[in-house]
Write a protein that binds this ligand. Structure first.
Ligand SMILES: C[S@@+](CC[C@H](N)C(=O)[O-])C[C@H]1O[C@@H](n2cnc3c(N)ncnc32)[C@H](O)[C@@H]1O
Length: 360
């Protein structure tokens, strides 16, 4: 279906993305399948591995991977959640991008490829793309996420908006994108907006960042947006809205795990959803607690009444802690900005060893 780029999905597992860009048959608004069509298998593997016993504060804790929460329905719910009056994270980071995008755009002159890792509904990135387009900075913008249908909608929204910014979708996981990005030779700016990379227990956060650091070349950059607020009331209100939208989002993710596992082990009436804080560092997470004994046959797991599964851990790291993460992951923080509200930070980083080599 040439000409109606947004309605098609292209399989690009074996070809170089640079070739797509150069090749006339790949057109603005295309969505490339870089592993998305295998998502069910990937998610099942992740659930096997990650439904998981992680170590938290010295104790073992089962968690649900974030990818399970973001099926198409979850992503549509997320688009509603991020518009709620108390959900300051999206509103504040948009305000931050409106404020800093001219400054940021100056770092992106030089035919950059922007890779938006977990683009969501692409609402947040628009102030940056608008600025780049107005400044006539030619960039290729690749939006990565887990739902093909949502990516197609995003491309339909973005494509007519820009003349100098070429927009594409990438359907797949972060791991798929790591493999894909290795073959992109133009300078890249990896973007993790909305507290994703860097938002984990310290060791795990550093490990995930390091995987990207390892593939970064001299001109490559990473833009990270992270919530650093320590205001517990604001945090609580943002996750526990009166309508219960956020709780429904978590519940939907658990129901999605039934589809991934091919077995209805999760019945909403058997579980309570609540939230809790941990300190040092401040973190909020959702707790899904069994109301009765529950068996998850496909994974061979039994949960006694009262058992707690956690998910959606939101660490609120302040800049000093992020500097420690960057140092441990081999990144050098080039610049940082704070949202007008003072709650959200963005950091622009490059690979530390390469920064040192460039300076010599
Ligand atoms: C908190 S939302 C942030 C969305 C957007 N960046 C923003 O700031 O508004 C997290 C996004 O990451 C995506 N995501 C989560 N796990 C992922 C994975 N393993 N691979 C690719 N995308 C993932 C979700 O689908 C979702 O769109």
């Amino acid at each position: 279906m040439m000409g109606d780029a947004t309605s098609s999905v292209n399989s690009s597992r074996s070809t170089s993305p640079d070739a797509h860009i150069a090749n006339d048959s790949w057109y603005c608004g295309s969505v490339f399948d870089i592993g998305g069509s295998l998502l069910k298998d990937t998610m099942r593997e992740e659930l096997n591995k990650k439904f998981l016993l992680t170590k938290s504060n010295g104790s073992k804790q089962r968690t649900i991977p974030a990818s399970i929460l973001h099926d198409e329905h979850g992503l549509r719910m997320w688009a509603e959640i991020n518009r709620m009056p108390d959900y300051y994270q999206t509103r504040d980071e948009i305000a931050l991008l409106e404020q800093n995008s001219k400054d940021l755009a100056r770092h992106l002159k030089g035919a950059y490829t922007l890779i938006d890792l977990g683009c969501g509904d692409v609402r947040k990135v628009q102030p940056l793309l608008d600025t780049l387009d107005a400044m006539q900075v030619p960039v290729q913008y690749f939006a990565l996420d887990l739902s093909k249908a949502v990516l197609v909608d995003c491309m339909r929204k973005l494509r007519p908006r820009y003349r100098h910014v070429q927009c594409f979708g990438l359907w797949g996981t972060f791991d798929d994108c790591l493999k894909w990005a290795k073959n992109v030779h133009s300078p890249k700016c990896y973007m993790s907006l909305g507290s994703m990379f860097g938002n984990d227990h310290f060791k795990e956060a550093v490990g995930r960042l390091k995987a990207w650091t390892d593939i970064m070349r001299p001109q490559d950059l990473m833009l990270l947006g992270l919530d650093g607020t320590q205001d517990r009331d604001a945090i609580w209100r943002s996750y526990h809205d009166e309508q219960g939208l956020f709780h429904n989002f978590i519940r939907n993710g658990m129901v999605h795990s039934n589809a991934v596992l091919g077995h209805e082990w999760f019945k909403p009436q058997d579980w309570d959803i609540s939230g809790e804080f941990q300190d040092f560092p401040l973190m909020h997470r959702f707790v899904i607690q069994a109301r009765r004994d529950v068996r998850c046959e496909p994974l061979g797991l039994s949960f006694r009444r009262g058992y707690k599964i956690v998910c959606y851990e939101g660490f609120k790291y302040e800049p000093a802690m992020m500097q420690k993460q960057f140092a441990a992951a081999g990144l050098k923080n080039l610049k940082q900005w704070k949202s007008p509200s003072g709650r959200i930070y963005q950091y622009l980083a490059c690979r530390a060893s390469l920064a040192a080599e460039t300076l010599q």
